[in-house]
Design a protein around this ligand. Structure first.
Ligand SMILES: *Cc1c(COP(=O)(O)O)cnc(C)c1O
Length: 360
């Protein structure tokens, strides 16, 4: 068996320890004589799994009691619709468009009401985060929406927008559990787990209780109501049971690493290895405004499409895989999520140095 260094943006690398543990429990989960995949979601064993998962993420993120944690399906993209359907009471919402995912969320919200694009960085290919300290927030906005870490472009909000008292909704898919957050600053935080937490198929929604109401847009399907999932503790129907089990293991792994403070410190150290090299390299350079750089997704280019392609090919042959940039941006992107060890980034930089020397 040989594992590669997987720089995929998602589905992405998971902690080896977690995968091994899951493998050990595959045929017989702790004396139940069955895999978690084969288990009723109403069983005692599964109840413990999902309850521990919730308790552990609450612990990690220090989630206050007046917030609910929901384990849902449909990916992050389903939230693009679920959010307006449940929260757009006045049918008005403000969107800050900093990349493709925010743009898709904005376009989806336009189906349900007046979505206002109050800021955007599309003028410079989403390579920066706009100044959000004094935006024209709508008087009657139900919420202000951001995508906190822009997976494709490699930017991150370092300070949250001034929402002037309006509810903040944030897509944290690609920075979930990468650093501490103050949950009280948000009305709703959500993310697909396949970027930084677990296998595709689970989306986690952390929502303030007062936002969970019966008062949703007419025609909202039962399955797309936060209230139905909150009332049923994420077990209204069969949840993505195996995926939640793996997420639970990752939460325990994160706690063992020292929690989110420790992860932040580690992620900063890890990203610095790559950014420092990009800043000194004559061949490779980053594509994002320095102060907005993401700790999780690092896009870079050589300036030549042929060289980019050659680099991606040679890197893959050397065991550094999935470095090709998003199809809309080109170049390269290294996603260096929680589970990417620092050695992976150090070795990648070593390889980049050798490539540069050979091309020079
Ligand atoms: C990947 C991603 C999405 C889409 O996730 P799906 O689960 O495929 O719907 C949305 N937002 C962000 C920030 C992402 O990185």
């Amino acid at each position: 068996m040989s594992r590669v260094y997987n720089f995929s943006a998602g589905p992405a690398v998971l902690p080896e320890e977690v995968l091994k543990e899951a493998a050990e429990e595959m045929l017989d989960y702790r004396g139940t004589g069955m895999s978690v995949m084969e288990m009723s979601h109403r069983s005692k064993a599964y109840e413990t799994i999902i309850q521990e998962a919730e308790a552990d993420i609450r612990d990690l993120m220090n989630i206050p009691d007046n917030y609910r944690v929901l384990f849902l399906q449909g990916g992050a993209s389903q939230q693009f619709a679920m959010i307006p359907m449940n929260l757009m009471k006045n049918r008005v919402a403000d969107y800050i468009v900093t990349g493709q995912w925010a743009k898709k969320a904005y376009q989806e919200a336009c189906l349900y009401g007046r979505a206002n694009k109050i800021a955007s960085s599309e003028d410079k290919t989403f390579s920066y985060i706009p100044d959000c300290s004094d935006l024209p927030i709508s008087e009657d906005a139900d919420y202000v929406y951001i995508c906190e870490n822009n997976t494709i472009y490699g930017t991150k909000f370092k300070t949250l927008p001034n929402t002037k008292g309006k509810t903040l909704v944030s897509d944290v898919s690609s920075c979930f559990l990468s650093e501490p957050v103050d949950v009280t600053k948000y009305g709703l935080i959500y993310g697909g787990v396949q970027k930084n937490i677990g296998p595709a198929g689970v989306v986690i929604v952390i929502i303030r209780e007062d936002l969970i109401t019966e008062d949703v847009l007419p025609g909202t399907p039962t399955m797309l109501r936060y209230k139905i999932h909150a009332d049923n503790k994420s077990l209204y129907n069969t949840p993505p049971a195996y995926g939640i089990y793996i997420c639970g293991k990752v939460f325990k792994w994160l706690k063992k690493q020292g929690g989110l403070e420790a992860m932040k410190e580690y992620n900063e150290r890890k990203a610095k290895v790559l950014y420092d090299f990009l800043d000194e390299s004559k061949l490779f350079h980053g594509t994002v405004r320095r102060e907005d750089r993401s700790l999780m997704n690092v896009p870079f280019v050589t300036g030549s499409e042929e060289l980019d392609a050659e680099f991606v090919k040679e890197a893959a042959a050397a065991g550094f895989v999935n470095l090709k940039g998003h199809r809309t941006v080109g170049g390269m992107r290294a996603s260096i999520y929680n589970a990417m060890p620092i050695e992976g980034v150090e070795k990648l930089v070593e390889f980049m140095k050798q490539f540069e020397a050979r091309m020079g």
